[in-house]
Design a protein. Structure first.
Length: 412
């Protein structure tokens, strides 16, 4: 039985906040006949807390694969020099763990670029196949916070150097969008195999969660819900959405309500803005996944809200939005996703920062129930065809099998 190590600093486990892509993938590898070990930190990035001994023991016992928690230095904020030190220490600890064990294939996540490069160097040293999963772009995402010509290039060169190292060592690239899949090409790297596999969602789990929680989501008769789900932070154009809600109120559309599901560093500021603009905005807070699914199903529009400088491509929440079967308004400027919104017919694009245009788009969908229904059907169709993890992630398993000389799909 082939043994696979999946390496990532930030992995959300069942019951935790954050991105669960690699936990799900580890389970799928295990169910596909691989001896699988998920190697990650003992620090929960999205909640900024160390995992307790009891939590780690429970997760290790409940998973159908091995989980190894490596010690990581805690840090308080996403943009924090201590975080960089923390990741360097984690990479050194992971290196020691890898060297003390034997594997047949290494699968590692970007970011963190340095940890991924360390995993790739181990694979190269042992002559093992190495797959890189690109879920975000560092340092590009950091320019949201600090974008000073020349200065930023110098400060971020560490991330660029390690990205190049990881890509050059890769035998396979998995990207959560076409843009991310093709990122190595910027560095002149042509991986032998590459594939786009969206972060996606488990449609069966989404549908079951929505059905189980539908009675707990109280939607007053006649209300029209426009819903955002995710972090309330600097990458997301939530302020413009609140301003659009205020404009709709002023137009007499008091039945249109904006629902902001989630929490984050900008939550207090956004609540104050909603109060000042007298907008029809509600803050249900961060919800368990199954209850969030019920809110999305009860909504009339979903909003993929991103600011102009956001580096994100096709973000993790898109799978859940599409699963809900509702029309989507996208304010992100990523060309790949903008084209997908229109080509696949599940929504409309609106420029970020333009509250009036956003209010107009919401009102146009509100006034066009037949068009909205058609967009919703298209959204669900795309979710089933392209975003359902139990099916789409099998492409990753096939890549691993091909690299190991098994009977997987030849993706070369």
């Amino acid at each position: 039985m082939n043994r696979i190590a999946i390496v990532a600093n930030d992995v959300a486990m069942p019951g935790e906040k954050g991105l669960s892509r690699l936990h799900y993938l580890a389970g799928l590898f295990a169910r596909s006949g691989f001896q699988t070990e998920l190697i990650t930190a003992d620090f929960q990035h999205w909640e900024k807390r160390p995992r307790t001994k009891e939590d780690m023991e429970r997760l290790q016992a409940e998973s159908g694969f091995g989980i190894t928690f490596i010690h990581e230095l805690p840090y308080a904020k996403n943009i924090d020099p201590r975080r960089i030190l923390s990741y360097r220490m984690l990479a050194n600890n992971v290196r020691r763990h890898l060297e003390a064990n034997e594997y047949d294939l290494i699968y590692a996540l970007i970011p963190d670029n340095h940890l991924c490069a360390v995993a790739g160097a181990y694979a190269k040293k042992r002559g093992l196949p190495f797959i890189v999963d690109v879920e975000d772009l560092w340092p590009e995402a950091m320019r949201m916070v600090l974008d000073i010509p020349v200065v930023s290039d110098i400060l971020f060169s560490y991330f660029t150097v390690n990205a190049k190292k990881a890509y050059r060592l890769a035998d396979g690239i998995v990207g959560s969008s076409d843009e991310y899949r093709d990122e190595p090409l910027k560095y002149g790297v042509h991986a032998p195999r590459s594939k786009t596999v969206y972060v996606g969602t488990d449609l069966a789990r989404f549908d079951a969660g929505a059905a189980a929680n539908v009675a707990d989501v109280i939607k007053p008769a006649g209300e029209f819900w426009v819903t955002y789900a995710g972090t309330l932070g600097t990458s997301y154009d939530i302020g413009t959405l609140i301003e659009a809600a205020g404009l709709l109120q002023a137009r007499g559309r008091s039945d249109i309500k904006v629902m902001l599901l989630g929490g984050g560093p900008d939550e207090d500021r956004l609540k104050a803005l909603a109060q000042n603009t007298a907008a029809g905005v509600r803050f249900p807070g961060y919800l368990p996944y199954e209850r969030m699914a019920a809110y999305l199903k009860a909504s009339d529009i979903t909003v993929n809200s991103l600011v102009a400088k956001a580096s994100q491509s096709i973000v993790s929440k898109i799978g859940d939005y599409l699963a809900a079967g509702k029309p989507m308004i996208n304010t992100g400027l990523n060309p790949e996703f903008k084209n997908k919104v229109t080509a696949d017919g599940f929504g409309v694009n609106v420029a970020p920062g333009d509250a009036r245009a956003l209010a107009d788009a919401i009102e146009n969908i509100y006034r066009s129930p037949e068009k909205a229904a058609a967009m919703g059907l298209n959204a669900r169709r795309i979710a089933e065809a392209q975003f359902d993890r139990p099916q789409t992630y099998l492409q990753i398993v096939s890549m691993a099998k091909a690299l190991l000389g098994q009977n997987g799909e030849n993706l070369a």
